[in-house]
Design a protein around this ligand. Sequence first.
Ligand SMILES: [Fe+2]
Length: 439
Amino acid sequence: MGPATAEATYATPVSAEIDAFDLPVEGALPPELCGDYIRNGPNPRPGAKPGHLFMGDGMLHGIRIENGRARAYRNRWVRTREFTEHAPYVRMNGTLDLTVGVANTNIIGHGNRLLALVESSFPTEVTRELATTGVYDFAGALKGPFSAHPHRCPRTGELHGFGMQMRPGALTYYRIDAGGTLLESRNIPVRSATMMHDFALTERYAIFMDLPVVFDMLLGMRGKFPYRWNDRYGARLGVVDRNDASAAVRWFEIEPCYVFHVMNAVEHGEQIVLDVVRYKELWRKGNDSFSPTTLHRFTIDLQTGSVSEATLDDRSIEFPRCDERLTGSAYRYGYAVAVDAVGKGSGEVRKYDLARGSSSAHPFGPGQRPGEAVFVPAAAGEDAGWLMCYVYDAAVDRSSFVVLDASDIAAPPVAIVPLPVRVPLGFHGNWIADDATAN
Ligand SMILES: [Fe+2]
């Protein structure tokens, strides 16, 4: 299969839902791993009108790991109202129905619930077996859309998130306690609705990225993904005090750019260091292509009001993650996925040592494409853990579930579980441990 074909096939949705039980394991799954790895991504149903990648129906791919065995793999569309009823997101009167959404971007566990997320709508609750329970609005407390990238504070167990409402543009910052009760919905004034995909959380602050990919209603009315680069908008980072609802947001101007994802952020005295995957620009013409990225560091000086910027690595990556026991704290290691690092259509999982300014990698073979790699702790201490991802192999048009040793990423995988089907190009996943107190 040629490279172009391999790429096209990786992006092709699957047409069926399957269950496979007691899968073969190459190597050895660590016996202490008991839980489910679940990944979300757009997978338009058969016959769906072709549309933007970000608008496809969400499909979950879950693998059940138990006592060293791969008990089950299953994939399921999220039964949103969009999927089951073709319910319209935009009502006849022009208002938005937040109970409608494709739920295709991420899945998290919090407060004993699993939530499939897309940033335009309310969350959708699902089970570990990937059955859809229904729309979840935090017992009626949620009044606006909810981001696909909330972050759990490892100190308090709280889940912090946000929502960017498109019409009119309005940003709300949410704080949810460890049990899943929505405690606070705080309005943060913004100039306009922008595509705000992720944010950062430190010990004292939440940091929002107000960047020049701006909502465009006319695009939406034509059925297009409704965001476009705008040279006149500018770019800024907003810092708010987590613990003081009355404190004003402080905005810091930066060079125009776009960021989907944050690796992590940390405070050093009156400085905030924010590590992200940065696009020089995004969607100036059309919104189907993605330019190369860099691993980038913003250092916000709260005393002087200035921001310094630095490129940490200029090799293109996406899907940055870290050891989330250190969300908002000093950290040394980050992980990401690089595409075409080895050859056309292949990829690698890369590990950054930010203290040394170096990186190492696990390259997969020709035609093999890893998705986002999630860090799962094994023991106390950063770096003591595994990286989990699905890897697509164009040669056989199927995927595997792969576990790497995070402390020795270049080593052969700890375990490979070949799956009977393709897990197509998708977005984010998480490990939902059986004994996770926060899940
Ligand atoms: Fe994302």
